[in-house]
Design a protein around this ligand. Structure first.
Ligand SMILES: [Fe+2]
Ligand SMILES: [Fe+2]
Length: 138
């Protein structure tokens, strides 16, 4: 038995979809700032901001009433892909944490950090795009 009337379930799903699109938009702003960082200090600061924003965003997605749960209830067949998304959260946060740490080390070359930041941003954008596609397909 479904504990929620269909209309209520649909409106929760709509709210989650809107919140997800807003969150992804905010993350895009931080990654754009990261890509345009004019110097090492700005790069380190943008990496740290991205780390905070991502931690919060991933927590929302993994929340008991968050995006992944809404998606899994709607389409139980998507659970393996959702589990993979959760794994990617761990991997992205681990690699970003490492990058934040390296950006604060004087010995790490700025060019190399910029390249690593661009790679991480591409992985993140790919992750977010797959989430939106899965949501639309559910
Ligand atoms: Fe995610
Ligand atoms: Fe996301």
């Amino acid at each position: 038995m479904n504990p929620l009337p269909i209309a209520t379930s649909a409106s929760i799903a709509d709210q989650v979809t809107r919140a997800l699109a807003d969150d992804h938009g905010q993350l895009r702003e931080v990654t754009a700032r990261l890509a345009l960082a004019p110097d090492r200090g700005a790069l380190a600061e943008a990496l740290e901001d991205l780390s905070h924003e991502l931690r919060e965003h991933f927590t929302h997605e993994e929340h008991a009433r968050g995006f992944y749960e809404v998606l899994a209830e709607r389409s139980p067949g998507h659970r393996p892909e959702i589990a993979r998304f959760v794994e990617e959260h761990r991997e992205l946060l681990r690699d970003l944490g490492h990058l934040v740490w390296r950006s604060q080390e004087r010995s790490a070359p700025t060019r190399e950090l910029e390249r690593a930041a661009a790679e991480l941003t591409a992985r993140l954008h790919d992750h977010e795009a797959r989430e939106m596609r899965l949501l639309q397909a559910a």
